[in-house]
Design a protein around this ligand. Structure first.
Ligand code: UD1
Length: 417
């Protein structure tokens, strides 16, 4: 298992280019299964989760040709309806394949998902709404079995919570459904707009994009498409937090700052000096004040940036309170940050951070994707050597993280065991 060795404190400088969004490409890759025509995806990041999804598509019979980061798909050869446990267990996003497989094959067998251990993460909203569209669903032996006699039927769906994954799965299931599907209380995350734009580029009829009410008019065929996803706002936020935590001047480019509006506005209120461009932000050395932060569905503060924000506020004088409202168990970074000398107390779903104390390098362990990013940020700000174990969590969602930080001047090494 690889480790990262970071010797801090590190001052960063220069420009970092953000990769295309993992959380946009994962549902788009599942969407490939809907079509029987050629699909070309550009600038697909080389990440463990993406590679898992590609293996899954390959196992289902999809033809895949990789040319660097451009991937060409021939989904006409889809031959299996089964997403097996060995792949699905490592990645919750595999559940996105349920709607598309069911649409194409009229039956699907998809293992109940795994992924980051950040809460119970049920899929009841996916299943109950697919049933409303006419799917017959049973759960047995850790698998979801879904069947439909003919095409799924358009339906009026109301999500009890604006789940990102459920919105995406149902949107895809509705592409070929008979008649119109309406998804009310749809999630608003930019990756959902991106999936809708991809589907529409193939000839689907999704409207209401960017609103909480999506309408999908069923179509009979799709066409060939070439598509490039949006930049990764969560990766961008991670580099922004790293720059601020280390008092650095850094340009973060290759994403849409509007996708991080809440985070950027909050950081500015805290005193951060941030210059906003079309597809970049420039961070200048800033002195920050403490804050009160609540995670929320988009456009609120993203749960996927909570851990990185916590690493940052360990370096901000005063008391910051961070309350996690999306996932009940998303604080596994707290004991590890405390090992570096942070003073964080957990009560229920809130973390109380007494910030501004110097951190000192120590051996720490990655526990989930974003928690690991928080450890990198804290290590960059710490005095001395931090050894970060179980880097495979980071490799799920951060492309070339060590190389990107090295290019910014960080003293970071990756060592293999
Ligand atoms: C997606 C993102 C993940 C992000 C999350 C919230 C991808 C691949 N992953 O995950 O990085 O942290 O959005 O922004 O895009 N829930 C239910 N029943 C369901 C579905 C969800 O109760 O059927 C609950 C979950 O347990 C959780 C909350 O809803 O508490 C949010 O989950 P959801 O929005 O579905 O997140 P994901 O799509 O899994």
């Amino acid at each position: 298992m690889d480790k990262l060795i970071i010797t801090g404190p590190c001052r960063l400088s220069g420009t970092v280019t953000i990769s295309k969004a993992k959380n946009a490409y994962l549902p788009i890759l599942a969407g490939v299964l809907l079509s029987d025509k050629k699909i070309v995806l550009n600038e697909v990041p080389n990440l463990r989760d993406i590679n898992t999804m590609l293996t899954l598509l390959g196992n289902l019979g999809v033809g895949i040709t990789r040319n660097g980061k451009t991937i060409t798909f021939d989904p006409s050869t889809l031959s299996s309806h089964e997403a097996t446990y060995d792949l699905v267990k490592t990645m919750r996003a595999s559940i996105f394949t349920l709607g598309p497989i069911l649409t194409r094959m009229k039956k699907a067998k998809v293992s109940l998902p795994g992924g980051c251990a950040i809460g119970t993460r049920p899929i009841d909203l996916h299943l109950s709404n697919l049933e409303k569209m006419g799917a017959k669903i049973t759960l047995e032996g850790g698998y979801v079995y879904a069947e439909t006699d003919g095409p799924l039927k358009g339906a009026n769906l109301l999500l009890a919570f604006p789940s990102v994954g459920a919105t995406e799965n149902l949107m895809m299931a509705a592409v070929f459904a008979e008649g119109k599907t309406v998804i009310e209380n749809a999630a608003l995350e930019p990756e959902i707009d991106d999936l809708a734009n991809f589907l529409n580029a193939m000839g689907a009829k999704v409207s209401g994009i960017g609103s909480t009410r999506l309408e999908i008019e069923g179509v009979k065929t799709l066409n060939e498409v070439e598509y490039t996803a949006i930049g990764d706002r969560i990766e961008a936020a991670t580099y922004i937090m790293a720059a601020l935590a280390t008092g650095s001047n850094v340009k973060v480019e290759g994403f849409n700052p509007a996708h991080l509006e809440f985070v950027i506005d909050l950081l500015k209120e805290m005193g951060a000096k941030i210059n906003i461009g079309d597809n970049f932000v420039e961070i200048s050395e800033s002195s920050l004040n403490s804050a009160r932060i609540d995670t929320a569905p988009f456009p609120g503060f993203p749960t996927d940036v909570q851990a990185q924000m916590m690493a940052l506020v360990t370096q901000v004088k005063g008391n910051t309170i961070i309350t996690e409202h999306i996932f009940e168990n998303r604080f596994m970074h707290v004991p590890e940050l405390n090992r570096l000398g942070a003073s964080i107390e957990l009560r229920g779903n809130s973390a109380f951070i007494d910030g501004g104390h110097p951190l000192k390098g120590a051996p720490v362990m990655c526990t989930d994707l974003r928690a690991s990013a928080a450890l990198v940020i804290a290590a960059l700000a710490s005095e001395g050597k931090t050894e970060i174990d179980r880097v495979y969590h980071l490799d799920r969602g951060y492309e070339n993280l060590d190389q990107k930080f090295k290019k910014l001047g960080a003293n970071i090494e990756r060592i293999g065991n």
